[in-house]
Design a protein around this ligand. Sequence first.
Ligand SMILES: NC(=O)CCC(=O)C(=O)O
Length: 264
Amino acid sequence: MRASLLQISVNPGETVEERRERVAALVREQSAADLVVLPELWPTGAFAYDLFEEYAEPRNGPTFTALSAAAAGASVWLHGGSVVERLPDGTLYNTSLVIGPDGELRAAYRKIHRFGFDRGEAAMMGGGEAVVTVRLPETTAGLATCYDLRFPEQFRQLTDAGAEVFVLPAGWPARRREHWTLLSRARAVENQAYVLACCTAGTHGGVEQAGHSQIVDPWGEVLAEAGEGEEIITADLDLARVAKTRADFPVLRDRVLGVPGRVG
Ligand SMILES: NC(=O)CCC(=O)C(=O)O
């Protein structure tokens, strides 16, 4: 499975409408990929809180419409990063949309762990309540978003639900870049799974972004890593390596805590 991560630059000099059009055109060019991944909240920027209300949309809103046509045009699976989703009652969520090569919505995931310590996203948005996996043609992907990366129990639940690949859109600040790259590798190693970690570049809401999107294999090796600017990284995932790594070095089999019939 060929995965391409689009590390989109999100800056205030470009309007949301312009960026939407530009990103949809970029997705259309990725027909050589099987799976294309976008970052967290790329239409507005994850830290541009002042834009959240104005650009909140329903699941079938303008971002989905543009991405659905682009995915179908390129005939690729598309993890559309995330959008600010607004429910009819006004509640906002940070919601990831996964679209099939036919342009249909195949999965939606509402970010469970909201960032901001009672401010920003944590104050403005509701939190998701369900872990979500999605069946891709050759594998099962587990969905998580940015700050979720700091909560290993979510990734373990996704592993238990069959995930072999974690897809992780993010808007992670440059200030904590080492945490971003380290934790992405840690989640790969501890779950013996691929990690597709796709961050934004640029500066929005006054927060410089980390970039350094990565594709990490189940042994923790980095197959591709972006720099700091807008960039596309691609790698071919050998999905048989997940089962092989888990069989050759069967750490998951030795779990004790949280396993029915064992301690904890
Ligand atoms: N958008 C986010 O979730 C940011 C997370 C972050 O800055 C951190 O975990 O550090």
